[in-house]
Design a protein around this ligand. Structure first.
Ligand code: PFF
Length: 446
């Protein structure tokens, strides 16, 4: 059998995993959730849940992945088999693969909008008014064309494999993304009105906090760290033997939450800068505009009122969004592709083309039934399925696996594992605390 591909360096893994984690969820989801859930109080709850629930769940995936060196289905089947319930592993694994594929199907539609807005900043500069209007107007044709374009891009990267595709492109694109971020934040913070947004973002007000805020914050944390669906598991399976897993997981969690936090420093002030420029930033009921309207109306209105500088800012902003979406989408597509390659032995580029095409058909169905399907698919996958899968994965490592297996997985990169605080706390934590807390938050939403 050909030897299994691996990331060539720690940095390569961190860039790829952070690339998966940092996406539209950070730059769009987190700030708009913050705007829609009362500002800084949401930020505090989010940060707490990211470290108390999402980091341990991320560790479960990295540890399972590196121990079994396989896709989510094969890995969980192996763990189940140790207790005579291989079928349960297969079922949970397949649930993860389906959810990863469905997330890829709607995420690519949204990413397509980013590409369309990016293209508009170019056509507007060239004075092509008709095309510009079509690019930013909502239509099924536009959605289909740009979804196809974006999916083709992710498929091209995934078909190149782990180190020449995922790792190479993540290591190239992530630094560009960080630089664009920095430049945009500096620019926005220097504008009139920015401090009003900063205040709302940074000074918490816990009065009137609703239970939904916890559910939203947990869903956001699971989505942001790409959890439950086997992306981090498969990336973990490509990690070298010598990596210290708890440390590398902490780096990914810190980078991801750090970028979400920093994105708030860009978007929240930008809302109030837009207000300063005369854009309406409140809904009819007096709440701050969140969701798609924020990204596709408030911000473009702001860019539009900034004159020619606005075109450059729009270009930079939508480049940033497209890169962030790209490095996340490749990790989603890798989940079904790795399963197909490892299970059937077909070649990676063939598997990518076949699976990508099937998921594109799902995107088409969503595009043509947008009003009834789009939000439903998002809620089903991210709000409910990701946390449920998180609980199931905790059960697999915490209850079905022997503690020694965890130790075996940790030891090569962490010789002191047995006496480490991580090994004393984490196995008990994923066994008892994590699943119960995730379930409690989920139950609140019902
Ligand atoms: N973490 C990505 C984001 O924040 O945009 C989204 C994501 C990637 C979700 C990969 C799920 C996944 F498997």
């Amino acid at each position: 059998m050909a030897s299994r591909e691996q990331f060539s360096s720690t940095t390569g893994f961190v860039m790829a995993a952070a690339g998966s984690a940092i996406g539209l969820g950070n730059i769009w989801g987190f700030p708009t959730n913050t705007a829609g859930n009362g500002g800084a109080a949401f930020v505090v709850i989010y940060l707490a849940l990211a470290f108390l629930l999402a980091y341990p769940a991320l560790m479960a995936e990295l540890i399972i992945g590196r121990a079994s060196r396989a896709n989510i289905v094969t890995s969980l089947k192996g763990i189940g088999a140790e207790r005579g319930i291989a079928w349960a592993g297969v079922l949970v694994g397949l649930y993860g693969v389906v959810i990863a594929s469905l997330i890829y199907s709607f995420y690519s539609i949204v990413a397509g909008w980013m590409v369309a807005h990016w293209a508009e900043s170019v056509t507007s500069t060239l004075g092509l008014t008709g095309i510009s209007e079509w690019l930013v107007g909502f239509s099924t044709e536009r959605n289909v064309i740009f979804t196809a374009l974006f999916m083709a891009l992710t498929m091209a990267i995934i078909s190149q494999g782990v180190s020449a595709g995922i790792e190479r492109w993540s290591t190239r694109l992530m630094p560009i993304m960080f630089l664009l971020f920095l430049a945009l934040i500096i620019y926005v913070l220097l504008q009139e009105g920015a401090t009003e947004g900063l205040k709302l973002y940074l000074i918490p007000d816990f009065s009137g906090l609703k239970p939904e805020v916890f559910v939203n914050a947990m869903g956001q944390a699971f989505f942001s760290l790409s959890l439950g669906v086997g992306t981090m598991l498969i990336y973990g399976s490509y990690l070298g033997e010598k990596e210290n897993l708890p440390r590398i997981g902490a780096i990914v969690t810190l980078t991801d939450t750090g970028i979400a936090f920093v994105a708030g420093l860009l978007i929240m002030p930008a809302i109030f800068v837009a207000k300063e420029y005369g854009t309406n930033v409140f809904t009819d009921s007096g709440e701050l505009i969140a969701g798609p309207d924020l990204i596709f109306q408030v911000l473009p209105a702001l860019f539009g009122s900034m004159g020619s500088a606005g075109l450059v800012v729009a270009f930079a902003f939508f480049t940033l969004m497209t890169i962030a979406a790209l490095t996340s989408s490749i990790s989603m597509l890798e989940v079904p592709v790795s399963l197909a390659c490892e299970h059937t032995g077909i070649k990676r580029n063939k598997a990518t083309l076949m699976i990508g095409s099937v998921i594109f058909v799902i995107s088409l169905i969503i595009c043509f039934n947008f009003n009834s399907l789009f939000v439903w698919v998002i809620n089903f996958t991210t709000v409910y399925s990701q946390p449920i899968l998180g609980i199931l994965l905790c059960i697999f490592v915490g209850w079905l696996w022997h503690r020694n297996r965890i130790l075996e997985a940790l030891k090569p990169g962490m010789p002191e594992a047995e006496s480490s605080l991580f090994f004393k706390l984490w196995p008990v934590y994923v066994r008892f605390v994590c699943p119960v807390l995730i379930a409690l938050v989920l139950l609140q939403s019902l």
